[in-house]
Every structure is written in C-alpha cells, then in structure tokens.
Design a protein around this ligand. Structure first.
Ligand SMILES: [Zn+2]
Length: 173
C-alpha cells in the first residue's frame, strides 16, 4: 500500500462533481486501500477520492476512536444518502484538505446510506452520531462541497486565505 498525498484547499479538483464508478477493478481496490492507509496515517476519520486527486465517487471512513474498540474501516463506492432524519445535530468539523481549521456544521442527525462495498456488493446502513456527520461530509466531497461552504462567506474567505498562505509556505519547502 502507498500513502497518497492529500490536496489542500483551494484546488479545482476539490470543487468537481466526481464520476460514478460503474465497475470495480483492481486499480480502484488499490486506490481504496491506499486511501485507508493515508487516512489512518494523517490521522483522520474519513477521506474522499478527490482529496487525493482522483475525481471518482469513492470514500473511506472509520469513526471508531483510538481505544474505543476494534477499527471499522468502511470503503464506499458510489455512496448515496437515501434518507435523512428531520432532527439535526451540530459537530465541530475539520478536513484533511483544510488542516487545523475547525467549525461547527449542522447536518441531519441520522442518515441511511446505500453504497457498493470493496467486493462489489450492494450495502445499506443507518448511521448516527459522528458516523452520520462523517459520511455526509465525505459524500459532500464527491459533489465538490467542502464543510467551509456551510459557513458565513467572511469566515470561509478567512480560512481560504489561511490555506493559500499555507500552500505558498509548503511550496517554498
Ligand atoms: Zn473533508
């Protein structure tokens, strides 16, 4: 498995609507495995393919916190929210493409998600708590939506300027 480099906002690839995955291939399974390793290494609880520069509908996540039980890596191709609760919840979100920036985002508290797993099988599951927030955040990435898009324009611009500065510093090495 290979660690992939994670794109930092702003980047045009993070604003694209990603293409569905019609059929699985070894290449896509390798990509999923690399994304999981990259996510754990970061460390993070979710990662979407466009964050590593691949604009396909693929996300990985694992919201089991350290010391709270066995890891539960999920690989989701073509994930889709098919139902959501009226009740909402607020979490402080962050993003591996927007390092060290956090803000509260309100989303449906529970969602039902349908996806294709790593073996090509159709899966469906209800998620709540942190899992619900994380899976919605990652699916947003597949539609070119970042968590800062939910914030007031002024706050969003402030974060974007910080990221532009960070990218200039990283480019200089
Ligand atoms: Zn993210």
């Amino acid at each position: 498995m290979t660690l992939r480099s994670i794109l930092i906002h702003p980047d045009p690839r993070l604003k694209k609507v990603c293409d569905p995955v019609p059929d699985l291939s070894d290449e896509l399974r390798t990509l999923a495995d690399d994304m999981l390793q990259t996510m754990y290494d970061a460390p993070g609880i979710g990662l979407a393919a466009p964050q590593v520069g691949i604009t396909r509908r693929l996300i990985v996540l694992d919201c089991v916190r350290d010391g709270e039980g066995e890891p539960r890596p999920l690989v989701m191709f073509n994930p889709e929210v098919i139902a959501e609760s009226e009740e909402s919840s607020v979490y402080e979100e962050g993003c591996l493409s927007i390092p060290e920036q956090y803000a509260e985002v309100e989303r449906p508290a529970e969602v039902t998600v349908r996806w294709m797993d790593r073996d090509g099988a159709a899966r469906q599951e209800d998620f709540n708590g942190l899992w619900a927030t994380c899976v919605q955040h990652e699916i947003d990435h597949l539609n070119g939506v970042l968590f800062i898009d939910y914030l007031r324009p002024l706050k969003r611009q402030m974060i974007t300027r910080k990221m532009q500065k960070l990218k200039r510093e990283l480019a200089r090495g």
